[in-house]
Design a protein around this ligand. Structure first.
Ligand code: ZN
Length: 127
């Protein structure tokens, strides 16, 4: 399943990032997904709920921003956004096959809490 493997690699990124930023729990993850990545938001959220169980990101809210597909015309070198899945140059009406954007899936930001409620390590220094 497409979304399941995406959710899994997404979780890997989040776990890494939360370690880097010493987050005890992740509350919110903002994603940017290209239209061509063909990710179904609801399906991705569902899969992420599954894989993130008992991890630092369990119960985190996934916000997904969809980015338009961009393409470049071979003939006149014009770059433009693909709208309504019309793969045609708006300038010279040439069909375009070269997509320059829209397949990406980026983690834009991760919000969470540092796991310092107990205060046990406060003032220990060392690092
Ligand atoms: Zn053109």
């Amino acid at each position: 399943m497409h979304e399941l493997s995406i959710a899994q690699s997404l979780l890997d990124i989040i776990v890494d990032e939360s370690k880097n930023h010493r987050l005890g729990h992740v509350n919110l993850v903002r994603l940017r997904v290209g239209e061509l990545a063909a990710v179904v938001s609801e399906s991705l959220r569902f899969c992420f709920d599954l894989v993130s169980r008992d991890t630092v990101a369990s119960g985190a809210i996934i916000e997904i921003e969809t980015v338009a597909v961009t393409a470049r015309c071979d003939k006149c070198d014009f770059s433009f956004e693909i709208k309504d899945r019309v793969f045609e140059c708006p300038r010279c009406a040439e069909p375009v096959f070269e997509m320059v954007g829209g397949r990406e899936l980026y983690v834009m930001s991760i919000e969470g809490e540092t796991g310092e409620e107990d205060g046990a390590d406060k003032g220990a220094g060392g690092s």
